[in-house]
Write a protein that binds this ligand. Structure first.
Ligand code: SF4
Length: 324
C-alpha cells in the first residue's frame, strides 16, 4: 500500500436544526473535526451507530455535502474547487439499496454505460463492449443488457450498481452498507465479489457498515465513530482482538454475546444514544461508559496516537500512566 487517496483534515459538518418555535436554530455537529487518511489499496471501514456521522462523512468525501470547516484532499488535491466530473473519475459510490439506486425506466445497458456518457468518454462505439466486459467481471450474464432493473434479483441489481461504479475504472469506491438490503444468502457473494474486484482492479474502498462481521471480513483498517468524532482507529486485527476505547469494546461485545432470550444483541451501553443537538459535556460517551472516571464529564479526551492508529479516551492520557 502506498500514497494517500483520501485525507480529511479537521473535516467538520454542522447542520443548523430547528429546535422549537421560540428557540430558533441550534447547531448539530454531524461530523466534528475528523482526521482520516485512506491509503491506496486499503479497505477502511467506518463503523458506529445510526447518527454517528459516518454517512455524512462519506457524502463529504464524495463532494455531495459541503464542509462547514476543515478540508478534504482526494488523490493529493483539495476537493474544494474540483468539478464533480473530475472527482467522479476517481471516486465512485455504491449505495445500500440497489432497488432505489437504479432508474427503473432505463435498461441495464444504459445504466452501466451512463458514467461513460456523463464523463464524456470519447469512444461511444466501444461503450457496449466495455459494458459487457464489466458485466462479465461482476458476474452478470450478457443477455440482461436490454433488461430492466425490475426483471433482476436483488443480488443482480447490486452487481449492476457495482458495474456502473467501476466502468470508468475509478481508484476509490465508497460503499454505503453495500450488502444490508440483500438476502443473507447473497450478502457473502457480493462481499467476495468486492474483494475479488479490489485485487483485480487495484481498488481502494471506504466501507460504511453497522455489521461488524462484514467489517472484520473485508476491512484492513477500522475507524469507529461516535457523535461525529473518530474515537478509535486501528488495523482490523488489532481492533477486533485488542480494542482500546470503551465504546469499541461495547460494540464488539454486542456482537460476541448476543442475548439468546431477547434475540437481540446486548449492547452493554446502558443509557440511550444521546441527542446530538445536546451532546454530553467532556467525553461525549461518558453517560454510557462502563469505565467512566470523574473528570470524563468535564474534559474532552485528547487524541492519542497508537502504534497503528489513534484513540480518544482519558484512560490513555499520559497522566494516567497507561500506555497503548
Ligand atoms: Fe469512558 Fe472516560 Fe474514556 Fe470517555 S474518556 S470513553 S468516559 S473512560
Amino acid at each position: 500500500m502506498s500514497g494517500s487517496m483520501i485525507q480529511t483534515k479537521d473535516a467538520t459538518k454542522t447542520f443548523m436544526i430547528s429546535s422549537g418555535f421560540f428557540q430558533g436554530k441550534r447547531p448539530l455537529h454531524a461530523v466534528n473535526g475528523v482526521n482520516l487518511t485512506v491509503s491506496q489499496g486499503e479497505v477502511v471501514a467506518l463503523v458506529g451507530e445510526s447518527g454517528c456521522g459516518k454517512t455524512t462523512l462519506a457524502k463529504m468525501i464524495l463532494g455531495l455535502e459541503p464542509l462547514t470547516s476543515g478540508g478534504i484532499e482526494v488523490n493529493g488535491k483539495p476537493l474544494a474547487g474540483q468539478n464533480h466530473v473530475d472527482v467522479a473519475k476517481i471516486l465512485q459510490p455504491i449505495f445500500q439499496d440497489p432497488y432505489s439506486s437504479l432508474n427503473p425506466r432505463k435498461s441495464i445497458g444504459s445504466i452501466i454505460t451512463l458514467p461513460l456518457k456523463v464523463q464524456g468518454d470519447p469512444n461511444p462505439d466501444t461503450w457496449r463492449h466495455r459494458a459487457e466486459e464489466m458485466m462479465e467481471m461482476v458476474g452478470l450474464p450478457r443477455r440482461v443488457f436490454q433488461n430492466y432493473p425490475s426483471q433482476l434479483s436483488g443480488g443482480q441489481r447490486q452487481r449492476v450498481a457495482i458495474a456502473r461504479a467501476l466502468i470508468n475504472r475509478p481508484r476509490v469506491v465508497i460503499c454505503d452498507e453495500p450488502t444490508s438490503a440483500l438476502d443473507v444468502s447473497v450478502q457473502s457473494q457480493i462481499l467476495n465479489l468486492l474483494q475479488d474486484l479490489r485485487s483485480e482492479l487495484n481498488l481502494t474502498y471506504v466501507i460504511i457498515s453497522h455489521n461488524l462481521a462484514v467489517v472484520e471480513h473485508i476491512a484492513t483498517k477500522v475507524a469507529v465513530m461516535y457523535l461525529g468524532r473518530i474515537v478509535e482507529e486501528a488495523d482490523t486485527e488489532t481492533l477486533f482482538t485488542k480494542p482500546q476505547h470503551p465504546y469499541t469494546e461495547a460494540l464488539l461485545s454486542s456482537v460476541l454475546t448476543p442475548d439468546p432470550n431477547l434475540g437481540v444483541p446486548d449492547t452493554h451501553l446502558g443509557a440511550a444514544y444521546p441527542n446530538p443537538v445536546e451532546p454530553p459535556s467532556g467525553c461525549t460517551f461518558h453517560p454510557r461508559c462502563a469505565r467512566v472516571m470523574d473528570h470524563c464529564s468535564v474534559a474532552m479526551p485528547p487524541t492519542i496516537s497508537t502504534l497503528d492508529g489513534q484513540v480518544e479516551c482519558h484512560i490513555y492520557d499520559n497522566t494516567n500512566g497507561l500506555t497503548v
